[in-house]
Each structure stands twice: as structure tokens, then as C-alpha cells.
Design a protein around this ligand. Structure first.
Ligand SMILES: [Zn+2]
Length: 67
């Protein structure tokens, strides 16, 4: 079952929601401030500190094997 990550537009709180593919974010509320219509982020199956996993072109600070 996919896990979606949402972010509250109001307080910027991010939280994960397990839901079916054909479900939308209707009825979802921020667990912190209870604002509705949170913004859906990329689906996160592992909530690690991975940033830009596919950003090979934008080698800003992590360019492996460059020596
Ligand atoms: Zn909120």
C-alpha cells in the first residue's frame, strides 16, 4: 500500500498518509493545525534524508567519484 507524504500549506507540517491509489486528499487534515487540503509531496516509501535522488544533472554538492 502506497504511502503518500503531505505537507500542510498553513503550518508547513509534513506527514505521511497511507491511502489507495485512487483516493485523493479530500478529507485529509493536518494533524497539527487541522487545516484541510494539504499539499501532496512525492511518495516516500522511506523517509530518510534523501534529497534529489534523481538529480544527476544538478550536481550541486554531492558528486560521487569525482577525484
Ligand atoms: Zn498544519
Amino acid at each position: 500500500m502506497p504511502i503518500y507524504e503531505y505537507r500542510c500549506k498553513k503550518c508547513r507540517e509534513s506527514f505521511e498518509v497511507i491511502q489507495k491509489l485512487n483516493e485523493d486528499n479530500k478529507g485529509l487534515r493536518c494533524p497539527k493545525c487541522e487545516a484541510d487540503e494539504p499539499e501532496r509531496l512525492l511518495s516516500a516509501f522511506c523517509s530518510g534524508g534523501q534529497k534529489g535522488a534523481t538529480g544527476m544533472g544538478a550536481g550541486a554538492h554531492s558528486s560521487p567519484g569525482h577525484s
